[in-house]
Design a binder for this molecule. Sequence first.
Ligand code: HEM
Length: 399
Amino acid sequence: MVYTVPTLPTTRQPGCPFDPPKDLIEAREHGPISRLPFADGHQGWLITGYDLVRSVLADQRFSSRRELMRHHPTIDYGEIEVPPAPPGEFLLMDEPQHSRYRKPLVGKFTVRRMRQLTERVEQVTAEHLDAMEKAGPTADLVTAFAKPIPAVIICELLGVPYEDRGSFQDNIDKFLGGEVGDEELFAAYTATQQYLADLVAAKRADPTDDVLSDLTDSDLTDEELRGMALILLSAGFDTTANMLALGTFALLRNPEQLAALRADPTLTDNAVEELLRYLSVAKQFQRVALEDVELGGQTIKAGTTVILSLNTANRDPERFTDPHVLDLRRQNGGHLAFSHGIHQCLGQQLARVELRVALPALINRFPTLRLAVPAEEVALRPETADIYGVKSLPVTWEV
Ligand code: HEM
């Protein structure tokens, strides 16, 4: 008999901030696919096994279209008509619309292009570490380091003035942080859309040397450009920031791994991949079956919602030996932290450059870095957040 999970979202176990919620791990122990009841009576599926998650991500019989999804399993969608994603917001679209927006961006986020940014990431990192050191010997690592570094870089790349961040930073936090009600969330989203609409108009009138200005030289409409900018800006702001802060927290809680990374800089690339796997901050996504599909011995009926748990897939013992251990020397890569298939993270090379530069720079600048509060007191984002992480990370060091 197929296992049925208690409704999502679940919570993390006290003292285990890096591990997926217990209910999800238990579901995977019962098998890679479980039934998942939604608040409105819809009977969905939860996929927790690595192979099945990967195969659904690669299968275009499963849709990402927003209007088909039930974003919050606790909401009764019986009465809500979800509109399609606005033009340009291609994360929530299928082919061929998705490609219309992703294609013009691919060449701008290649490995080579992102490696060329390394020097700028090093500079921005050094400036923030200098400021942190000067203001020390304590800091909130989230505000001093983890948030601003990726924020400066994505703003420069897109051509969004960093000085304007007051107009969108808090709003992006609101719609990805999982802590505000629907009304406030919608207001935050609309305000960000308006800010970006004005910016697109400004770029069209007076193009500068950046991704958004480049895109104005195409058949994309202003509305489409606004949507693309919104996806890029919100993804670029929040994801790497949470990896940097949660990654530092995980290293501080695994001192022998931290020491290994400090001692051996050649470990960096591998360490970043392992932290991505172990933490899986973009923890789960949805798809909806467009037709009946046989999966893991079950029939997924057309129209059924499937939740793909990337964090449990990345902890699947059938794919990763000792999956709950952070092992920076782990060799078997292939994690799903950036997803897979047509929606695989467009910004992954940028995220890698940022993590490979900023994490070693931090731990080398502060050889005595430690938490300034007991680990249990570190404030975690709730499971309702789209991107998992810490809200703040008080740290200190010896001077
Ligand atoms: C460590 C940092 C990051 C993680 C863990 C991450 C994770 C992900 C994941 C899991 C998806 C796929 C969602 C799905 O399958 O439905 C995704 C998509 C995407 N990410 Fe990232 N991301 C990161 C950083 C970035 C950055 C820095 C950018 C900046 C450009 C970015 C831009 C995007 C975009 C545009 C998409 C949509 C791709 C599409 O639908 O074709 N991401 N990301």
